[in-house]
Ligand binder design. Structure first.
Ligand code: GLU
Length: 508
């Protein structure tokens, strides 16, 4: 076949063209769609999130997890989850569950099975053995006293820890030993996607322990073996691990394995510019859920925190997935800005369907109601939410703004809320009740109600203030509420008239 032919097939034009022509005709990429997709790394991208269970999903961890997720998805790769549960004291089942719950709430889903680091100890030990065999690791029999002495000496001489056993020797009989990595001479360089080129002098790296005296593997070895085992191509994590990348690269090389691409993301700082800590309050994703953030809002905020693309501020997963690039991560630490977080959350709430708002807001609606909502309350709330949602930035605020619709008759009106119910307002309220009663069920809407109220005050020659405040007090009991005519529509005819009648019967 010497000519390109366009054959219509399944409604799509497939271009059949001899391979040599493809090389000479790059514009054909347009037709094959290649030009539209991002440059693909040569192997399938695999990223991972590797939290140590501490009792909650840290928002900094959640942010690096989002970066890992979006990067993997942009390149059609996989986002894996590894629980680094080797610290037996802290790594309880509850602490692990808290991370899984946090990811679930955040709607951040990993691919494949969860890997538990503690279950891979045999693989870690096998790697240590391979390193001993190849001369990259050695058995070290230093006693505690010798270790202290070497520590002091190395510190005094401004060099890294070296054991006299790195060059072999006759082991003492039945003495305990650890396995140490034999740091090679030279320099180690990584090309970090955010930090740029980073170089260490190997003589500054200690001969670190790979296996402890009880044969248990240390973190530094476990991470390398697990990342290799999981096929991780891109390690994206907090920059507190930057120095580990140098040490880990040496272990990869000693094992003869491909070194993954590294991205070390600056940590999140508090609003005061200091490293985020307990002092700043909410650290876990669960705390933000409790404050009334919705997953889509928090995802957008955390992703935008320290990453930017043009003027993209409000985006969903699909939008960020299309453009996410590690090179757009800022090198400077990002500062938490609760005002901006609430703003972004509000924008997402306004784009969220009622069913989802009811799902995530359940606890907030029930808290303010003092219990589970009944069918009638749910019906009023469902109808009201689209009209109120733009007035709130968090679910907490939304529940507050929606409380007027879910209140149960008879509404108890107390304190300041009672003030507008002065004796001389009774006649006006009775008038309004009959005006409103004259509106039929099928004409009970904001606009029509407003026209009736306006006709009444015009006719009476009074201002709206005279009747607005007492009517609002009867209808809402002082709860936050939108325009009166909208309040009346959202309550529904029967509920609204009932509340006014209750009010007239109780407070006059
Ligand atoms: N488990 C480590 C942590 O939670 C992360 C290790 C890594 O990402 O390489 O800080």
């Amino acid at each position: 076949m010497n000519e390109a032919k366009i054959i219509p097939r399944f409604g799509v034009f497939i271009l059949l063209i001899p391979a040599p022509f493809m090389v000479r005709l790059p514009y054909l990429e347009l037709i094959t769609g290649q030009i539209m997709s991002p440059k693909q790394p040569s192997t399938k991208v695999v990223t991972r999130f590797a939290p140590s269970p501490t009792g909650f999903l840290h928002i900094g961890g959640a942010r690096t997890a989002l970066f890992s997720y979006y990067f993997a998805k942009r390149h059609g790769g996989a986002f894996r989850l590894r629980i680094e549960d080797t610290d037996k004291k802290r790594s309880t089942a509850e602490a692990t569950q808290a991370i899984l719950d946090g990811m679930d709430w955040l709607d951040l889903h990993h691919d494949g099975d969860i890997v538990y680091q503690s279950q891979n100890a045999d693989k870690h030990r096998a790697a240590a053995e391979a390193l001993i065999k190849s001369g990259h690791a050695y058995l070290c029999y230093l006693t505690p006293d010798e270790i202290s002495a070497e520590r002091e000496a190395s510190r005094a001489e401004g060099r890294a820890f070296r054991s006299k056993w790195r060059n072999g020797g006759t082991p003492p009989k039945d003495a305990p030993f650890v396995v140490r990595f034999k740091v090679p001479q030279g320099k180690t360089t990584i090309m970090d996607q955010v930090q740029g080129e980073v170089t260490w002098n190997n003589k500054d790296f200690d001969d670190l322990i790979l296996l402890r005296a009880d044969n248990s593997p240390v973190y530094m070895l476990a991470v390398v073996v697990d990342d290799h085992d999981m096929g991780v191509t891109h390690v994206i994590r907090g920059d507190d691990h930057l120095i580990n990348a140098g040490r880990q690269k040496l272990i990869y090389e000693a094992l003869g394995w491909d070194v993954p691409d590294f991205t070390h993301v600056p940590l999140i700082f508090g609003p005061d510019g200091k490293k985020l800590s307990k002092r700043h309050g909410a650290l876990g994703v669960d705390a933000y859920a409790d404050m009334g953030y919705i997953p889509a809002g928090l995802r957008n905020y955390l992703t935008r925190l320290g990453w930017s693309h043009g003027d993209m501020e409000i985006f969903d997963d699909a939008q960020v997935t299309k453009v996410f690039a590690l090179s757009d991560i800022n090198k400077a630490p990002a500062r938490l800005d609760f005002g901006k977080m609430a703003f972004i959350n509000g924008e997402h709430m306004a784009r969220t369907d009622v069913e989802t708002l009811l799902y995530y807001g359940k606890k907030f609606f029930e808290d303010i109601n003092g219990g589970v909502l009944n069918t009638a309350q749910m019906a009023r709330l469902t109808k009201a939410l689209p009209h109120i949602v733009s007035r709130a930035k968090t679910l907490d605020e939304l529940a507050d703004k929606a409380f007027f619709v879910t209140r149960e008759r008879p509404i108890e009106i107390t304190g300041k809320a009672k003030k507008p119910l002065k004796p001389d307002t009774e006649t006006r309220l009775r008038d309004l009740l009959s005006v409103l009663k004259s509106i039929k069920e099928d004409a009970w809407n904001d606009q029509n109600i407003l026209e009736h109220l306006q006709a009444y005050i015009t006719n009476e020659g009074i201002g709206f203030g005279k009747v607005g405040a007492p009517l609002r007090a009867c209808l809402t009991g002082g709860a936050a509420s939108p325009d009166l005519s909208l309040v009346l529509e959202l309550l529904g005819r029967e509920e609204a008239l009932g509340r006014i009648e209750d009010c007239l019967g109780t407070y006059f």
